[in-house]
Every structure is written in structure tokens, then in C-alpha cells.
Write a new protein. Structure first.
Length: 246
């Protein structure tokens, strides 16, 4: 039942973020628990010089359920949505934007950017977006264009460049909330492109997640009924089987 609860929580979180910009869904991984070896008891034994031996002591293996192993992040590309906002950027490929947060440099796929009152380029949380030198990006007034390699021009003059990095798609990268990822190791060079005036949507599919949620709920209900039946059988064994008939 615990693994179904974990699966349900994971799916529910994916459903809650189907409209979150740049969100990457989580998928739960389960593995088969080690099977239980079954042996005969009270078998007839054969006498040998070394002592009595059971000729057929082993019956086979009995399945022993499943175990939750971990959740992993599905980094597949989300669909792009046209916004027309010159400060919105969508990343195609495996890259992330670097952002200076109160917890240090973290990474995001959410390209809904804006200029604050001081001209600094910030994300939706108000945290500074970093350039290729790990410095905050500050932009002057004027029309803004952003090229496919993240170069930012204001009024036709190159002003700065977005820092884009690749991260290992394994357990070393962790979700830390607010659509951020944390990674302490060395980052890789960019391999994707930047699309100005677009935002990347969530890669969680609402219909597919609803189907998965229904499956998880049915599996949970089946497990609950099995446990209830077992509990009833044990209760009968305690209260009825041992009762005196005199």
C-alpha cells in the first residue's frame, strides 16, 4: 500500500503542475522485492551415514511484493507556447538558465523573465538571472532582442548573454522547489537554443496523469481490500478457531 501512496503523491504533484512553465514531471521506479524461499516441513527423512536428510526440502519461491526504489525526473522537452513577450525565452534542448537565489546559484527552465525597477533581468521570483561570467544581467531601455545562443541586444547593441548550462540527468540533480534545480558539480556547455517570445510548457500530460492516478487508486483499493480480508481471517482465527465447543 505504501508504494501506491508514493505513486499517487507523485502523480498528484505532476497534475498540479501541468500548467507550470518549464516543469519536468517525476516518475516513480519500483523493483521486485526478493522472493521468499519455501521449504517443506515435517517431511519424511531418509537415513544416511551423515544423519537424516529430507530428499525434497525445497518447494520454490514465493513472490514477496514490490519496493519503491526512487523517483526520477523526466527531462523530455515540453511544448512551446507563443507569448510575444520579448523577455520570455523558451529553451529547446537540455540547457538550463542560471539564477542567483538566496540559496546560491540554482537552475531553471522557466524563461518567464522581466526587468525590475533597477533594470536587472530577473525571473518570476525576482531573483537575478546570470550571464556567462556568473554576474547579474542589467539592461538599459530600448527594444530587446535575444538570439538563439542567448545573446541579448538592446536597441541593436549587444548588452549581455544569458548563461545556459547542461546538467547530468541523474540523481545528482535535485528539485528544490519554485521550479528550481540544484546541482553542486561541474556543469556542461550549452547544447540547445533560445527561442525569444516563447515559453516552454510542462511535459506532464493531464490526460495521461489522470489515467495513471485512476490505476494507482484502483491498486490501492485492491490492496486495502486484501488487507481487510486478511484481518478478518486473523480475527476469526483468534476468536472462533480456538473457542471451546463444550
Amino acid at each position: 500500500m505504501i508504494i501506491q501512496m508514493i505513486r499517487t503523491d507523485t502523480i498528484a504533484n505532476n497534475l498540479a503542475n501541468v500548467d507550470t512553465t518549464g516543469f519536468k514531471q517525476d516518475l516513480s521506479v519500483f523493483r521486485t522485492n526478493n522472493p521468499m524461499a519455501i521449504h517443506r516441513v515435517d517431511d519424511q527423512t531418509l537415513p544416511t551415514p551423515a544423519g537424516p536428510v529430507d530428499p525434497k526440502p525445497f518447494i520454490g519461491f514465493m513472490p514477496n511484493g514490490a519496493l519503491w526504489e526512487r523517483n526520477y525526473i523526466d527531462f523530455s522537452q515540453g511544448s512551446l507556447r507563443l507569448t510575444g513577450n520579448p523577455l520570455d525565452v523558451a529553451i529547446t534542448g537540455p540547457d538550463f538558465l542560471a539564477v542567483n537565489t538566496p540559496n546560491g546559484i540554482q537552475y531553471t527552465r522557466d524563461g518567464a523573465l522581466r526587468r525590475n525597477a533597477n533594470g536587472a533581468l530577473v525571473d518570476v521570483n525576482g531573483y537575478g538571472v546570470l550571464n556567462t561570467q556568473n554576474k547579474p544581467i542589467v539592461l538599459g531601455d530600448g527594444p530587446i532582442t535575444i538570439s538563439e545562443d542567448g545573446q541579448i541586444s538592446v536597441g541593436g547593441e549587444v548588452a549581455d548573454q544569458l548563461q545556459r548550462v547542461t546538467l547530468p540527468q541523474n540523481l545528482a540533480i535535485q528539485k528544490v522547489g519554485d521550479n528550481f534545480y540544484q546541482y553542486a558539480g561541474p556543469v556542461g556547455p550549452p547544447r540547445g537554443t533560445v527561442e525569444q517570445g516563447f515559453l516552454e510548457g510542462s511535459n506532464a500530460n493531464a490526460i495521461l496523469e489522470m489515467v495513471r492516478l485512476i490505476e494507482a487508486e484502483r491498486a490501492y483499493q485492491t490492496s486495502s481490500r486484501a488487507l481487510a480480508s486478511e484481518d478478518t481471517a486473523l480475527q476469526s482465527a483468534v476468536t472462533d478457531v480456538g473457542r471451546s465447543t463444550r
